[in-house]
Structures are given as C-alpha cells and as structure tokens.
Design a protein around this ligand. Structure first.
Ligand SMILES: NC(=O)c1ccc[n+]([C@@H]2O[C@H](COP(=O)([O-])OP(=O)(O)OC[C@H]3O[C@@H](n4cnc5c(N)ncnc54)[C@H](OP(=O)(O)O)[C@@H]3O)[C@@H](O)[C@H]2O)c1
Length: 273
C-alpha cells in the first residue's frame, strides 16, 4: 500500500509518525510533500524509506490513497492544481472540519473522505472522526476504519455534528489543559502549595484517571460517586462547581459553532456545493 501525504505540518507529521509507530504503515509506504519542502525532507531523514517528492502532483502520481493535511483555504486551490493527475481510483482524505465530503467530491473525480484526528492519536489512543463521501464503497470504508483502528478509536459522524465532535475530540485536549492550568493557579493563589507540586499532582491524577477509563473501571458518573463520600470534602467541591460553573460550556459550544459558520463562509464560495 502506498500512502500519500500532502502537508507535513503538525497534523500531517502526527499522522505519519503515528502510523509508523503503530506499524500499520511502513516508512517505505509513504510518499510525502510539503510547501516548504525542507519540512518533508526532515521527516524523510528521520524515517529511512519515506519517499519525499517535490510537489502534490507527484504524490498523486505515486499514490492512490492521499491525505491532504493543509489548512482549509488551501484545499480548493490544491485540488485544482492536481486536477490533471487525479483519477477515479484515487481516494482523497481531508483532515479539516469546515470542508464537507460533499464539497470535496464535487471538486474531484474520485471518492473522498474526511478524517479529523486529535493530538492524542500520537499515543495511539483517542478518537478519530470519520465521514465518508457518497462515492466511498463499503470496501473503502472498511479499509479506512481498519487503518485508523491502528492509532485510534474511529467514530463515524454525520456532517451535522462535525463541529461539536471536533470540539470534544480534537479541541478537548486544549480545553482541558486550560481548565487544569486554572485549577493549578487557583490552588497556588489560595494555599501554600507550589506551582511545581500542584502541577505534578494534577498531571499524575489525570494520567491515572485516563487509565481508569481505559480499564473501564468506572464511567464518569460512577467515578464521581465513588470519590464523593457522603458528607466529605469532594461533595463540598462539587457543590461549588454546580453553583458556579454556570453556562460556560454552552457558551463555548455556541462560540465554536459561530466560528465554524464563519469558516464556512470563507471556504464555501470556493466550491460549487
Ligand atoms: N491542530 C490540530 O489539533 C488539528 C486537529 C484536527 C484537524 N486539524 C486540521 O488539520 C489541518 C492542518 O492543520 P495543522 O495544524 O497541521 O497546520 P500546519 O501545521 O500549518 O500544517 C499545514 C501544512 O501544509 C503545508 N501546505 C500548505 N499548502 C500546501 C500545498 N499547496 N502543498 C503542500 N503543502 C502545503 C504547509 O507548508 P508550510 O511549511 O510551507 O507552511 C504546512 O506544513 C487544518 O485544516 C486543521 O484544521 C488540526
């Protein structure tokens, strides 16, 4: 299997390195390129066997399954650029949320899919969000799901829940990190604990909680109830959260939906659908 990757920034690199780490794809099966070619060349030096080619057209000539890992506004010009070398038996996979599979297939002669990764996939865990275009056969769907099972839990999503699913799966690590930072700074400002110690304790706790969920020892609710002994301190803390957290998450999801609409307004005029 030859896999093409166009764009070796954060996410393109993450996908290449995760597939290699999981052994699902050998370095010699990758054909990659990047606008600033030196970035792709450094990956080629790191993983012996990766074939680095000078442009996207060469990737389409060498591979049939191609990941496009560039920013949303760069996708349409890129698809136009590779128009002459795109065949019906290609499979184009985009990783960007504001471009639908319908829009991708409208600009291509081949099937298209969208797979939204998450930074946590580099630990071969977390979800990936899969949406298939109408031209994707059952065979294509099965092979893509199998491929992504090597680095994640692939979840098929409808277009309508793209943004909120990406918020939870892909933006979630940043949202949680922000909340943890706020927890640490509050602990430091209200007690004698040092930032270093608070960070250590919280980080250890997060790793442990992840393992508990991985072992399916608890659900969110049973874990909360297990820790919250009747009349104990956890309950006092939970009560503060219930009283004061307000509608912060409703506002967060409303704001990301608004941004999604804005992003679509920029991207949609490029496509005919
Ligand atoms: N970051 C996340 O956690 C995350 C999660 C899920 C999905 N995504 C999506 O993934 C996409 C990429 O994000 P990113 O964070 O990886 O961005 P990034 O780090 O900026 O990477 C984009 C890469 O594409 C290259 N590029 C641009 N136009 C190109 C072209 N015509 N041909 C070849 N290479 C080209 C850029 O090259 P240069 O080196 O010249 O700039 C850059 O290396 C975005 O649409 C984003 O929404 C991101």
């Amino acid at each position: 299997m030859t896999i093409g990757v166009i764009g070796t920034g954060n996410m393109g690199t993450l996908l290449i390195e995760s597939f290699i780490r999981s052994k699902a794809i050998q370095p010699s099966e990758f054909v990659i390129t990047n606008r600033t070619l030196s970035k792709a060349e450094s990956l080629g030096k790191k993983y012996e066997g990766i074939q680095v080619v000078p442009n996207a057209e060469s990737v389409f000539r060498e591979a049939k399954t191609i990941f496009i890992c560039v920013k949303p506004l760069s996708i349409y010009p890129l698809l136009k650029k590779v128009g002459d070398v795109t065949e019906q038996d290609h499979l184009v996979i985009s990783i960007t949320s504001p471009i639908s599979v319908e829009q991708l297939e409208s600009s291509l002669p081949c099937p298209a899919a969208r797979v939204i990764p998450s930074i946590v996939n580099q630990t071969l865990s977390g979800s990936t969000l899969l949406t298939f275009g109408n031209r994707c056969t059952e065979e294509i769907k099965t092979s893509l799901i199998q491929l992504f099972q090597s680095i994640s839990n692939p979840i098929e999503i409808d277009e309508e829940i793209t943004r909120v699913s990406s918020d939870l799966s892909s933006c979630g690590p940043a949202f949680l990190s922000y909340l943890f930072e706020r927890m640490i700074s509050a602990a430091v400002s209200t007690t004698e604990i040092t930032e270093e110690k608070a960070t250590q304790l919280l980080t250890d706790m997060v790793i442990g909680v992840g393992k508990l969920f991985e072992e399916k020892a608890y659900t969110l609710d049973t874990l909360k109830k297990k820790v919250m002994v009747k009349g104990g301190v956890t309950g006092v803390g939970i009560q503060i959260l219930e009283d004061e957290i307000g509608e912060v998450f409703e506002h967060l999801f409303e704001a990301t939906q608004m941004k999604f609409i804005e992003d679509h307004k920029k991207v949609d005029p490029q496509f005919s659908v």
